[in-house]
Design a protein. Structure first.
Length: 157
């Protein structure tokens, strides 16, 4: 038995860094991921595919580890970095995109990410597990955004 949790997050923010600097970090998967908390291991599987292995979360009895792979494709002219889920790797499917826009004196960034995480627990646990997985994912992405904002010299207010 397994519980599947769907996650769908979106963020928009503006940073003080130049477009080229922002694009350089966000299109370089290892550089970008270095700002993401609780990544145990990132593996380059070749051809733009990266496997993410997150640290286990939860309790000793119910530890959940998210493992997945996504294929990344960036286009500097369009200001996009897009990732699509790779089936058959781990227990999650995650896709999304960065949209990066040059505002001359600042850079606007949009992040959209969606996925599903399958946890090997009885269906009865869904009501307990779903908010934990959603909350943990959201906290990690919030921290990731905060780390990137710091890297890019702060947010434009």
């Amino acid at each position: 038995m397994a519980v599947t949790v769907n996650i769908d997050l979106g963020y928009e923010f503006e940073v003080k860094a130049k477009y080229d600097d922002v694009f350089a970090v966000l299109s370089d998967v290892p550089a970008s991921v270095s700002h993401f908390p609780k990544v145990e291991k990132l593996t380059d599987m070749g051809d733009g595919v990266y496997k993410w292995e997150m640290e286990k979360v939860g309790t000793k009895e119910v530890g959940i580890q998210t493992v997945y792979a996504s294929k990344y494709k960036s286009d500097k002219a369009k200001g996009t970095v897009v990732w699509t889920p790779v089936k058959g790797v781990g227990n999650a499917l995650v896709g999304g995109h960065w949209k990066i826009k040059d505002n001359k004196k600042s850079t606007s960034i949009e992040l959209k990410t969606a996925g599903e995480v399958t946890v090997p627990l009885p269906a009865l646990m869904k009501m307990i597990v779903q908010p934990v997985v959603e909350g943990e994912f959201e906290k990690l992405v919030d921290k990731y955004i905060a780390n990137l904002i710091k890297k890019f010299g702060g947010e434009v207010t």
